[in-house]
Design a protein around this ligand. Sequence first.
Ligand SMILES: *[C@@H]1O[C@H](CO)[C@@H](O)[C@H](O)[C@H]1NC(C)=O
Ligand SMILES: *[C@@H]1O[C@H](CO)[C@@H](O)[C@H](O)[C@H]1NC(C)=O
Ligand SMILES: *[C@@H]1O[C@H](CO)[C@@H](O)[C@H](O)[C@H]1NC(C)=O
Ligand SMILES: *[C@@H]1O[C@H](CO)[C@@H](O)[C@H](O)[C@H]1NC(C)=O
Ligand SMILES: *[C@@H]1O[C@H](CO)[C@@H](O)[C@H](O)[C@H]1NC(C)=O
Ligand SMILES: *[C@@H]1O[C@H](CO)[C@@H](O)[C@H](O)[C@H]1NC(C)=O
Ligand SMILES: *[C@@H]1O[C@H](CO)[C@@H](O)[C@H](O)[C@H]1NC(C)=O
Length: 326
Amino acid sequence: MIYARKFFNVFVLALMLNLVVLNLYKSQINFEYTRTLISFNKFNPRPTIFCIILTNPKNFLNKTLVVNNTWAQECDEHKFITVIPEYFLNISQSLDEDTSFIRKDKPLEVSYPFNLFQPSNHTIESYHSLTSKMYKAYLDIYKIYPNYDWYLKADDDTYIFMDNLRDFLNEKKSSDRVTYGFNLKKFQSGGAGYVLSKKTLSLFGENMLKNGSFCRNTGSEDTDLASCLEKLNVTKGRTEDNLGRERFHPYDIKDNFEGKFYDWLYEQSINPIKSGANSSSSSSISFHYMSPEQILRTHTAWKAYQKLKQHNKNVDFHKLVLNKQL
Ligand SMILES: *[C@@H]1O[C@H](CO)[C@@H](O)[C@H](O)[C@H]1NC(C)=O
Ligand SMILES: *[C@@H]1O[C@H](CO)[C@@H](O)[C@H](O)[C@H]1NC(C)=O
Ligand SMILES: *[C@@H]1O[C@H](CO)[C@@H](O)[C@H](O)[C@H]1NC(C)=O
Ligand SMILES: *[C@@H]1O[C@H](CO)[C@@H](O)[C@H](O)[C@H]1NC(C)=O
Ligand SMILES: *[C@@H]1O[C@H](CO)[C@@H](O)[C@H](O)[C@H]1NC(C)=O
Ligand SMILES: *[C@@H]1O[C@H](CO)[C@@H](O)[C@H](O)[C@H]1NC(C)=O
Ligand SMILES: *[C@@H]1O[C@H](CO)[C@@H](O)[C@H](O)[C@H]1NC(C)=O
C-alpha cells in the first residue's frame, strides 16, 4: 500500500514535470518527449533482454573481445555461445592436469574471460552444425534462464543499438507469439539478429523437450528456425519504421548507407529495398558483417551522438559514423 502510494506520487511528480516541460517548451516539443510521456502513462516496466551471442574460440581475441566490451554490456544478461576451451573450464587447475572428467552432457558456464556458455553436448564448432548449436543453446537457456522478456540472438559480427532495441520492444508484448528481425520472404536473416519473445522461446522449449526432432535440422540455422516457428504459429513482426525504413540490417553500416546490396536481397526482402539515407531507420537496431574495428567505431560514434543530442547539438548520425577520424 505504502509502496503503491509512493509509486503514485512519483508518477504524479513525473507527470507534472512533463506537463511543465510541455507548457514551457511547447514550440520545441519533439517526438521523443511525447513518447517518454506516453511510456510513463502506460506504467510499462522496462523490458528485460537476454542476449545470446554465437561465437567460437577462434574469435575470442578480436570479435568476441570487442562485442564483450561494447553493446553486450548493455544487455540485462548476455552469454557467448561457444565450445569452452578446457583451460578456461577450470582455471584453478594447472594446464597439464586432466580435465576430461568434466561432463559435457550438461551446459557449462564460466565468466572469465567472457560470459561463456557451452550448451550440453556441444563439443565441436563446425559451420555445418550451426542449427544444433543454436537449438541446444535455446533449449538450455530456456531451462536455466526462462524469466527474461526478450531473447536477442546475434553473431559476434553483429552490432546492436541496445537503446533502440529497448525503445522498440517497449511497445511490444513479450506474451505474443512473435519474433522481430530483418524480414525475408521465407525467414528472418540470422546474421542481422532477431529477438524471440518470452512466449516464443517457451513454445520452442516445451515442444523440443517433448520431442527433440520437433524442429527440423538441416544445418541452415535461420531457415530451420523459421520452419519450426511456423509450426508453432509464431509470426514475423513488422520492424520497419513509419517511413518504411528498415531497423534490422543483413549488411554492414557503410554498405547500407551507400546502398550496396546484392541481387538476392532485392528478390527476397519483404519490404522494397531502399538506398541512401532511406535504407536505414534513424532508430536502427542491428547491422551485420561488422568488423571489430567497425563495431568499435560505431559504438563510439553512437555514444558521442547521444552526448551531443543531450546538449541539443544537431548532428547527422550517418555522417558521424562514417567519419574516418573517429
Ligand atoms: C581474429 O583472430 C584470429 C586469430 O586469433 C584470426 O584467425 C582471425 O582472422 C581474426 N579475425 C579477424 C576478423 O580479424
Ligand atoms: C575444478 O578443479 C578443482 C581442483 O582440481 C576441482 O576440485 C573441481 O571439482 C573442478 N571443477 C570442475 C567444474 O570441474
Ligand atoms: C547428450 O548426449 C548423450 C549421449 O549421446 C545423451 O545420452 C544425452 O541425452 C544428451 N543430452 C542432452 C541434454 O542432449
Ligand atoms: C568482458 O566484459 C565484462 C563485463 O561484462 C568485463 O568484466 C570483462 O573484463 C570483459 N572481458 C575482457 C576480456 O575484457
Ligand atoms: C517428433 O516430431 C517430428 C516432426 O514433427 C515428427 O515427425 C515425429 O513423429 C515426432 N515424434 C514423436 C515421438 O512424436
Ligand atoms: C497453430 O494454429 C493452427 C490453426 O489455428 C492449430 O490447428 C494448431 O494447433 C496451432 N499449433 C500450435 C502448436 O499451437
Ligand atoms: C526518402 O523517402 C522520403 C519519403 O518517401 C522521400 O521524400 C525522400 O526524397 C527520400 N530521400 C532519399 C534521399 O531518397
